[in-house]
Design a protein around this ligand. Structure first.
Ligand SMILES: NC(=O)C1=CN([C@@H]2O[C@H](COP(=O)(O)OP(=O)(O)OC[C@H]3O[C@@H](n4cnc5c(N)ncnc54)[C@H](OP(=O)(O)O)[C@@H]3O)[C@@H](O)[C@H]2O)[C@H](O)CC1
Ligand SMILES: [K+]
Length: 508
């Protein structure tokens, strides 16, 4: 499923009209059908629809007429301007609304509005959609604040009003919805923070723009859902053996941080890798070997609990002989760690860099340009800040631009971890749909790194391995959360959920 920006959605609308003779009015009717379906699920008797002055508001008027015609729900409409200020299609529904005697309030005072919201059981937010192009103020601002203060459940039409469709930013204020019914294709802003925190559940409704139109408008942005994840599963032949399923070397750990490496290796073992070897400083080997009997190990002499670059010959020899290398989990921060990363970057093998490896990389970024094999980076927002050398606010306010700038400059697959993890390569973006707040714990990232390493060993395509790893990792958390509280979820539960995640993704 493609994810769209506002401009492409407007183009879709125009092409449907000009080339396929599909009037916007018909699309609006379908949009209203989809909204009505969602309203009916709430089993309420009194609904208030708040309408702006564009097509989003027109969708709201269309909904009002449908509810009046097909249900016994009592409908009130709040309009933020006169009917003749609406677009032509909106005016058609406005006339029907008047003829049907639907209760409507044009620019009501705030006290009247609050009373109306108070007596309603469900609100439908049709103030702004993809056309929002500046900060919200004046009456619109007060209305949105009143909607949020009412405490009533809200269904947002296409996108919560106030959220920018392309960036997910709040322009002044924004409606907090329980559900967003988004039309034809989901909008970027629904998945980028803070938009993702405002939209509630997302329902995607086909409103009848022909598929050929949407395909022509290729955005390069894709939703990472069950259907895509299923396609990305690496085939496992009946006569597969440990070598055909890929070999991996995972390098990490330091004194006090053996757990990070252990989680990463375990996740790799549970995600289908044929042969997994790990390399760690000798001082933590005892802690690891008993808990990781299925993996092979290389002990490296340590310097104050960290890797000693002088004694890494066996490690680098092993690195030359595996299908994929992962570096960073629990490695700690030292000059030797930087040296080791430098040497690993020169090896012509796929390399996954995580955690402390990313710290070392941020001091050696130009070396990335010399890479000849795939490189996958898995930063969270803090690590991304360091990689881009920007402050938190700048990054958060335009995360996609920074992420795309990065992959345009460096030949990497970027896994930017967050509520909705983003996977990027030059010109391509996938947005993950799985995962939950149970993942907000130390160790979750190590598990992800291990899963991606295993998938990379099996299927070789960095963008696909990274995408599938992210999807399955989130799905493991979702499945585990059915019987484990978010509070109680640790990397152990996550690893235990990996098998169920694979089974669910294998389901047709
Ligand atoms: N193909 C489809 O997906 C269809 C979607 N539909 C729906 O249409 C909206 C988009 O409608 P549009 O009319 O383009 O835009 P809006 O309704 O979001 O906004 C209307 C106008 O409001 C003005 N504006 C923008 N920001 C502000 C602000 N902060 N304060 C006040 N006014 C603002 C702006 O006009 P200006 O001329 O003033 O710049 C907007 O144009 C989409 O989301 C769907 O819900 C169609 O129903 C069918 C096809
Ligand atoms: K809206």
């Amino acid at each position: 499923m493609q994810v769209m920006d506002g401009k492409r959605m407007r183009e879709a609308d125009a092409i449907a009209l000009e080339e396929y003779q599909i009037p916007t009015l018909l699309l609006m009717d379908r949009a209203a059908d989809a909204l009505m379906k969602e309203v009916l699920r709430w089993q309420v008797k009194r609904v208030c629809i708040l309408c702006g002055l564009g097509n989003n508001g027109s969708d709201g008027l269309a909904l009002a007429t449908q509810l009046q015609r097909f249900t016994d729900i009592s409908v009130s409409v709040v309009m933020l301007g006169e009917g003749n200020q609406m677009p032509a299609d909106g005016q058609v529904y406005y006339q029907i609304m008047r003829a049907l005697n639907i209760r409507s309030f044009i620019q009501p005072g705030l006290e009247d509005l609050r009373l109306l919201l108070h007596e309603s059981e469900l609100l439908v937010d049709c103030l702004f959609g993809t056309g929002l192009n500046r900060g919200i103020d004046g009456l619109f601002y007060d209305v949105i604040e009143s909607v949020n203060a009412s405490g009533k459940p809200v269904i947002s039409c296409d996108i919560p009003s106030g959220i920018h469709a392309d960036t997910g930013q709040v322009l002044g204020t924004a409606v907090k919805a329980k559900v967003t019914v988004t039309f034809q294709n989901p909008k970027l802003g629904l998945y980028l923070e803070p938009g993702s925190l405002y939209c509630g559940d997302i329902v995607i409704a086909d409103i009848g723009v022909p598929n050929v139109v949407m395909e022509r408008l290729k955005s390069g942005f894709e939703l990472l859902d069950q259907e895509l994840a299923h396609r990305l599963l690496p085939p496992r032949a009946r006569n597969a053996n440990k070598y055909t399923c890929g070999t991996a070397l995972i390098i990490g750990g330091s004194k006090g941080m053996s757990g990070a490496l252990q989680m990463c290796v375990k996740a790799c073992l549970y995600s289908g890798c044929g042969l997994t070897t790990y390399a760690a400083p000798a001082c933590i080997m005892n802690a690891l070997t008993s808990s990781l009997p299925q993996a092979m190990s290389i002990a490296v002499s340590d310097k104050q609990g960290h890797f000693d670059n002088e004694f890494c010959d066996e490690l680098f020899k092993a690195a030359q002989n595996v299908d994929v290398i992962a570096f960073g989990c629990g490695a700690g921060r030292s000059e030797d760690v930087e040296r080791i990363l430098e040497r690993l970057l020169l090896i012509d093998k796929p390399l996954i860099i995580d955690a402390d490896g990313l710290w070392a990389l941020s001091r050696r970024l130009p070396l990335l340009k010399k890479r000849r094999s795939a490189t996958i980076l898995t930063p969270h927002m803090g690590e991304m800040q360091r990689l881009c050398a920007v402050d938190k606010n700048a990054l958060q306010s335009d995360v996609l631009r920074y992420a795309f700038d990065f992959v345009n400059e460096y030949p990497v697959t970027l896994v930017l971890k967050g509520m909705r993890t983003l996977i990027l390569e030059k010109g391509r973006l996938r947005i993950n749909t799985t995962g939950n707040e149970g993942l907000a714990k130390g160790g979750s990232g190590d598990v992800l790194c291990g899963m991606i390493t295993a998938l990379m060993a099996q299927q070789k395509q960095a963008f696909d391995a990274a995408s599938l790893g992210v999807y399955l990792h989130g799905l493991a958390a979702d499945l585990q959360s059915q019987h484990t509280a978010f509070y109680a979820m640790t990397a152990n539960e996550l690893i235990q959920g990996i098998s169920d995640a694979f089974l669910a993704a294998m389901d047709e």
